[in-house]
Design a protein around this ligand. Structure first.
Ligand SMILES: Cc1cc2nc3c(=O)[nH]c(=O)nc-3n(C[C@H](O)[C@H](O)[C@H](O)COP(=O)(O)OP(=O)(O)OC[C@H]3O[C@@H](n4cnc5c(N)ncnc54)[C@H](O)[C@@H]3O)c2cc1C
Length: 401
């Protein structure tokens, strides 16, 4: 894999991203009409968003070509793609169309050398994803989990806690997330954190906050009822507990970032020293105080700091207040830090912590998936494809060919 060639050619394609994305889908559906049904055609709005995500997803991988966490992320992604019934042939079809789109858009900037570099890169990426899928299949894991809603608690108009009972065993670690789909919106998946450490009765909680104009969060908050069956993808994510018992830890949770942090706290030994910063856009969004109280009772060395904006002030003030509160605390060189919340807050706090003394490698948060205009990764993950020899066949490049 040659990162320099990939990055420079991607920079050329990126300038005409909109055309490249249209070309990609036109090429894909023309050559493989059978793939059309795997995309959410009943929801053209989501299909539009998916187009944005294509380049967000590509940029995400381009930025992390040398990140040691990328292979784990890709393995999880491949495992998760089993929910789309993604087959090796599908991967290859998408990759073929992607290369065709890039070649068409880059024009004279595209060469045999560039094509080879992209083919090799996607070969490597797709192989890791397929390996993740194969390992999951080999262990008898289902492609997805059907999970019945057994309890539902609304907190105000825009937040719901759903308790689900998966029909097959769902093995995961505290702090991980799953992608979720509802029968009300088939084909639309979004990630949500599992808000509890594994329980003996195997139920899991999701904390869903409704996003204005959000497709899935609105359906989950407003339409989901006890007895509904949701679909869950494979658990993933690296925000899992890895701190030895003799090292203190700081957990910072903003909004529904509380969900994975709560799961981590449930897994903590009672003697562990920990401090929690719980951030909300206003007091009404500090929705789970009974759980905080229960955890405090179980963890005598846990301190809790609530952070909200001053009454009437914008929610951004919560971030300012959080950064001030963090700056007023000592001991950062000793602490491991776990961080979950909206991507902009996570980025800002992650940028600040090293200057407070957090040692390198001691700050844990999920690799933030590409958002495409603040939107999470969707089925455009398809682009992480496996090359096939026909990529080098120029007649396969144009939609009309
Ligand atoms: C690893 C991970 C874990 C997550 N865990 C949770 C969780 O536990 N609980 C939870 O409620 N959400 C969680 N999310 C966010 C969730 O996946 C969805 O992005 C969110 O529910 C919006 O989806 P939607 O379909 O309603 O919005 P979309 O239809 O995708 O987007 C509609 C509009 O809302 C904007 N938008 C999308 N997401 C957000 C956002 N988070 N904040 C503000 N604006 C947004 C978009 O830019 C767009 O304009 C998590 C995300 C990730 C990446």
């Amino acid at each position: 894999m040659d990162p320099e060639i990939l990055k420079s050619s991607f920079a050329v394609v990126e300038r005409r991203a909109e055309f490249a994305v249209k070309y990609f889908y036109a090429h894909l559906f023309r050559h493989h009409p059978e793939l059309r049904e795997l995309f959410p055609t009943d929801f053209p709005e989501d299909m539009e968003r998916q187009r944005d995500r294509l380049f967000a997803a590509l940029t995400f991988v381009m930025d992390r070509l040398e990140d040691p966490e990328l292979p784990d992320y890709l393995r999880d992604l491949g495992r998760d793609h089993r929910k789309y019934l993604a087959q090796p042939d599908h991967y290859a079809a998408v990759g073929s169309s992607l290369i065709a789109a890039f070649a068409a858009v880059a024009g004279s900037a595209w060469s045999g050398e560039t094509e080879k570099a992209w083919s090799e890169a996607y070969g490597a990426i797709a192989n890791i994803m397929l390996q993740g899928a194969w390992e999951a299949q080999h262990h008898g894991e289902p492609g997805w989990w059907d999970a019945e809603v057994v309890a539902r608690t609304r907190h105000g108009d825009d937040l719901v806690v759903l308790t689900l009972r998966p029909r097959q065993r769902l093995t995961y670690s505290a702090g991980q997330y799953v992608s979720v789909s509802t029968p009300h919106l088939p084909g639309i998946w979004r990630p949500y954190s599992l808000a509890n450490a594994p329980r003996p009765d195997r139920t899991v909680d999701l904390h869903v906050s409704r996003v204005e104009g959000g497709v899935l969060s609105t359906a989950l908050v407003r339409q989901t009822r006890v007895g509904d069956v949701l679909r869950l993808g494979a658990p993933g994510g690296g925000l899992t507990l890895r701190t030895p018992a003799d090292r203190p830890l700081t957990l910072i949770a903003a909004g529904t970032g509380w969900a994975p942090v709560k799961a981590l706290l449930e897994q903590l030994e009672p003697a562990h020293e920990a401090r929690l910063f719980l951030v909300a856009r206003d007091i009404a969004y500090l929705y789970d105080q009974p759980s905080v109280d229960r955890l405090r009772a179980r963890l005598p060395r846990l301190t809790v700091t609530h952070i909200t904006p001053a009454p009437g002030r914008p929610k951004a003030q919560a971030t300012e207040r959080l950064l001030t509160a963090l700056g007023n605390r000592a001991g950062w060189t000793r602490h491991d830090v776990y961080l979950a919340g909206p991507p902009d807050l996570v980025e800002e706090v992650a940028d600040t912590l090293p200057s407070l003394g957090t040692p390198e490698g001691r700050l844990f948060h999920d690799l933030l998936p590409p958002t495409g205009g603040n939107r999470p990764l969707g089925a455009a993950e398809w682009l992480l494809d496996r090359p096939r020899p026909s990529w080098h066949n120029p007649t396969g490049r144009t939609p009309g060919a």
